[in-house]
Design a protein around this ligand. Structure first.
Ligand code: SF4
Ligand code: SF4
Length: 197
């Protein structure tokens, strides 16, 4: 085992500030300087390979890749400068893409659209899972058919989230019709559980 000499502890730059702790939508900071990644929307929407737990879905709101509200409120970040590196610039075709358009990307279309961006690393299934969560939070009845269609997606992650979104956007009768059609054919236990909630 390598012996590594510890360097000096970092100086405290926070003082009495607790803006990030108060801004976090999921209370992911149990105490100053501590982060419970299991509650962090950035972790859940980018790194987490499983389904997003129910208790965090509403908090995800319309975020489809990351969160960073804590960084946005940090007073130190007013000193941050916009990079002049061209590859860091926002690409016009990725600005404000409609949720309904992103939800129907297949694997090839996802790869083509996000080639060369960090988004690509979630893969299509996790990305569409996030988009469908945002659809469920949108309150947009016009997006209900998109959620309903995705309850037969090839990915259990997408199907499970699509059931949650469809339940929020469809009226009770329409949801029961969808369920009686799709639920009996569901072979994944976690998705079947989502129908039965
Ligand atoms: S990224 Fe969002 S959810 Fe995660 S700790 Fe920061 S404010 Fe909280
Ligand atoms: S918002 Fe920034 S300065 Fe304030 S507590 Fe958080 S990290 Fe420290």
């Amino acid at each position: 085992m390598a012996e590594i000499e510890a360097d000096a502890a970092e100086q405290d730059h926070c003082g009495s500030c607790r803006a990030c702790l108060d801004a976090c939508p999921t209370n992911a900071f149990p105490a100053p300087y501590q982060l419970d990644a299991r509650r962090c929307l950035a972790y859940l929407s980018i790194e987490h390979k499983g389904q997003i737990p129910h208790e965090f879905r509403e908090a995800l709101g319309n975020r489809i890749f990351g969160c960073d509200d804590c960084l946005a409120v940090c007073p130190w970040n007013k000193f941050a400068q916009t990079s002049r590196e061209a590859r860091m610039a926002m690409r016009d075709e990725l600005r404000l893409a409609p949720l309904g358009e992103l939800a129907v990307l297949d694997d090839a279309a996802f790869r083509a659209r996000f080639a060369g961006t960090p988004v690509k690393r979630t893969g299509r299934d996790r990305f569409v899972r996030n988009v469908v969560c945002a659809i469920g939070n949108s309150g947009e009845a016009a997006l209900a058919p998109v959620a309903a269609d995705l309850t037969s997606d090839s990915s259990p992650l997408v199907r499970g989230m699509a059931i949650w979104a469809a339940r929020r956007l469809l009226d009770a009768e329409a949801f029961e019709r969808l369920k009686s059609n799709r639920a009996p054919r569901e072979g994944d236990a976690s998705v079947a559980e989502e129908w039965d909630r």
